[in-house]
Design a protein around this ligand. Structure first.
Ligand code: PEP
Length: 274
């Protein structure tokens, strides 16, 4: 029988998405050392870092991901391919990531979904759903990124978000929800890489909305168990307020996750929120 993925009740999750940063192995190692040091002092926060693939090896913990030992920084991937193995040059499969003891894989980040000029992946919801399923099947947690690109005055963004969540979870079975293989990261695209984050009040509204969509798909109790994170211009100054006021289960952090002192401060601030 497959085990539930270990997650303590009430535990907050902070995921650092390094994207295509930093430039050197030396800098990557420096950030990893800093995060691990700061994580040792945490009591109620799980930290996951998602470095670029070539740096993953330097970040891997010596203990298996499933351990709940204090101070363990989990390692995740920023993307995955949905096929298991074969002639797919440049891709990495979920089975390969799981075999390296990775616990989390981001799927459907807006930078990968983006279409048009300058886009490099243009992933559809169909592709994102296949990736999420592959991750869960391999025994890891899929961190599904969703979020509207614009916020119109008529509330159409809510329909957009509902449809995006439903389509990105097409075929993602309730069994995986029960095994706790899903985290949803609500990231309004307009707030990513921006000057300011969404306000905690609005984040709270959106968290409720996301939970409602999940409840319609999987049932109230099951949806309650799915952690909903917020992402978009989070830094060490606003993190605690977002956790408190937004009533989210954690954060997905971009820029601040490669700023070693800022990220250390951020996880400390989050951990202090009771
Ligand atoms: C992101 O890209 O997922 C993100 C949240 O970026 P930032 O924190 O830099 O806005």
């Amino acid at each position: 029988m497959t085990k539930k993925f270990s997650r303590k009740i009430g535990q907050k999750i902070v995921i650092g998405n390094w994207k295509m940063n930093p430039l050197t192995v030396a800098e990557a190692k420096r950030i990893i050392v800093s995060v691990k040091k700061a994580a040792k002092k945490l009591n109620r926060t799980k930290v996951v870092i998602c470095p670029p693939s070539p740096f993953i090896g330097y970040a891997l913990p010596r203990v298996p991901e499933k351990s709940t030992a204090k101070g363990v920084v989990s390692v995740g991937a920023q993307d995955v391919f949905y096929e298991e193995q074969g002639a797919f040059t440049g891709e990495v499969s979920a089975r390969q990531l799981a075999d390296m003891d990775l616990g989390y894989v981001i799927v459907g980040h807006s930078e990968r979904r983006r279409a048009g000029e300058g886009a490099f992946a243009a992933e559809t919801d169909v592709v994102v759903a296949k990736k999420a399923i592959a991750v869960a099947q391999a025994g890891m947690v899929a961190v599904l990124c969703v979020g509207e690109t614009v916020r119109d005055a008529h509330g159409e963004y809510l329909d957009f978000l509902r449809n995006q969540i439903r389509a990105s979870l097409q075929g993602f079975s309730k069994k995986y929800i029960e095994e706790r293989r899903l985290v949803v990261a609500y990231e309004p695209v307009w707030a990513i890489g921006a000057k300011e984050a969404m306000t905690p009040t609005l984040i709270h509204e959106m968290t409720i909305f996301v939970k409602k969509v999940l409840a319609d798909l999987y049932g109230q109790e099951e949806a309650f168990d799915v952690p909903v994170l917020y992402g978009g211009s989070v830094n060490f100054r606003n993190a605690a307020d977002i956790i408190r006021g937004g009533e989210v289960n954690g954060l997905l952090v971009g820029r601040e996750s490669v700023n070693a002192p800022g990220f250390a401060e951020l996880i400390r601030a989050v951990d202090e929120v009771k």
